[in-house]
Design a protein around this ligand. Sequence first.
Ligand code: RB5
Length: 200
Amino acid sequence: MKRQSRGGALSLPSGRHRGRPLQGDSLRIAIGADHAGFPLKEELKAYLEGQGIIYDDLGTYSPEPVDYPDIALRVAEAVAQGRFERGILICGTGIGASVAANKVPGVRAALCHDTFSARCSRAHNDSNILTLGARVIGFGLAKEIVNVWLNTEFEGGRHAVRLEKIKRIEERFGGGRGKAKVDSLAGYRAKSPPPLRERR
Ligand code: RB5
């Protein structure tokens, strides 16, 4: 397993596994989790390795608390930029990771806690990121969901027309422009809103 370091506040070693992907030779997966999702990420990595699936672990690398938007941005950007075909994101509920990842133009993150949703998210929505809640489901179910999600193809046809409409919504709200400005949240510090009486 190759280990490498990355820049930014979350700079920690990254684990990459190379093996035989399930679909074709080019399916590469970026996997990431916050502290709540960290244990499930480690279990899923072992599962992916057992299946010979290529992945790159974009963090976090310990149970120390981190903010899920930082990890979601890393994985979402990597997928949106085409560095990986798919991403898997794990937080406590899968909700925060999904909300954050879906802010990145071109990302279609799907929170799936059952295999039917996982299959439809690929076949109908061409989801490119799967999000999971480690505090909601166990490893056994997560493994089955990942397996179905990795092995389901997008059906295209009428669903492609709908994805075009989603793209148009992104464009309407500036998606795709200004992307270069947001390459990391590493230096980002949330500002507290001013007290109500001072707000304009
Ligand atoms: C972390 O405590 C938790 O809020 C986070 O993992 C996630 O569930 C957010 O949606």
